[in-house]
Design a protein around this ligand. Structure first.
Ligand code: ADE
Ligand code: ZN
Length: 335
């Protein structure tokens, strides 16, 4: 049975680095990993919060060195995503996490683009690339990265995002670089309301002017904010497996997604860092279906939302066609 067609809008390409590929690249690049084998590495994936994950995540990135490494990483994700029913993907990458290790920006962007540019034909997936600023670094570093990426704006890089350690690093720290990004015509998103409270979401909207909120689960604690997100149709890219693995939510059964849907929020389901959190996007769909007892029509709404919330304004024909595919989809057991 083929999975329901969907867009993935919250996916860190570095978070798709599977232990097997990490070992292969480590061997190729002469990098010593402090683990005996992929199984031992995988068994280290027990996180107590966002920071405990980020520590391992940035450490493992050290195996990514060459343009070919980035192509291999993105190609592996796209092949997997195609099997998960993904038809459109808006993909994050963290330039600072690579340039700070001496990897050329050009190797990162060209390597990723090589896989992304082949994806429509090879995998039936259209893509956009979004550069994220690391919010635990100073805005000066974000500004320098933004300027270094300027040659790629438009075709190669479609937007900017904000990720890494949220609490203590509010959106207002990045007001200047987001103003420049808006002036450059880029799309604007930011992680907010993952570990941080509703005030982080409000700041991302008011100070950065973002069009979409990544995570945003804690917005549900503030009825006035919820009303605004509904009124302005601001999408929230929710990542259920991630929220449980990073202990933002106790169990899948406790996830606020049903309350978010009931409130009328434009919610989408995504995988965040699937190699670390126990599943790709269709496993997230299957997991919430089971744990939260979602109906087929709720799953169809989530799939529709993913295309509605995507930045496909430059190809409305494709958006319409993909929405029609969702409407025509028959769930297993459905006549
Ligand atoms: N970088 C990769 N995954 C992230 C997440 N879930 N939150 C913040 N930064 C991240
Ligand atoms: Zn994320």
């Amino acid at each position: 049975m083929s999975p329901i067609p969907k867009a993935e809008l919250h996916l860190h390409i570095e978070g798709t680095l599977e232990p097997e590929l990490a070992f292969e690249l480590a061997h190729r690049n002469g990098v010593d990993l402090p683990y005996a084998d992929p199984e031992q590495l995988r068994s280290a994936y027990a996180f107590s919060d966002l920071q405990s994950f980020l520590d391992l995540y940035y450490q493992l990135m050290d195996v990514l060195r060459t343009e070919d490494d980035f192509t291999a990483l993105a190609e592996a994700y796209l092949a997997r995503a195609a099997r998960e029913g993904v038809r459109h993907a808006e993909i994050f990458f963290d330039p600072q996490a690579h340039t700070s290790r001496g990897v050329e920006l050009d190797a990162v962007v060209r390597g990723l683009r090589r896989a992304l540019d082949a994806a429509p034909e090879r995998h039936g997936i259209s893509t956009k690339l979004i550069m994220c600023f690391l919010r635990d670094l100073p805005q000066e570093s974000a500004l320098a990265t933004f300027e270094a990426c300027r040659p790629y704006f438009g075709v190669a890089i479609a937007g900017v995002g904000l990720d890494s350690a949220e609490v203590g690093n509010p959106a207002s720290k990045f007001a200047d670089v987001y103003r420049l990004a808006r002036e450059a015509g880029l799309r604007l998103v930011a992680h907010a309301g993952e570990e941080g409270g509703p005030e982080y979401v409000r700041e991302a909207l008011d100070v950065l002017g973002v069009e979409r909120i990544d995570h945003g689960i804690r917005a549900i604690e503030d009825p006035e904010l919820v009303e605004r997100l509904v009124r302005e149709r601001i999408p929230l890219t929710v990542c259920p497996f991630s929220n449980v693995r990073l202990r933002c939510v106790d169990t899948l059964a406790d996830h606020p997604l049903p309350a978010m849907l009931a409130a009328g929020l434009l919610v989408t389901v995504n995988s965040d860092d699937p190699a670390y959190f126990g599943g790709y996007v269709d496993e997230n769909f299957a997991g919430i279906r089971e744990a939260l007892d979602l109906t087929d029509s709720q799953l169809r709404v989530l799939a529709r939302n993913s295309f509605e919330a995507s930045f496909l304004e430059d190809d409305e024909e494709r958006r319409k066609a993909l929405l029609a595919e969702v409407d025509a989809y028959r769930f297993p057991g459905q006549g």
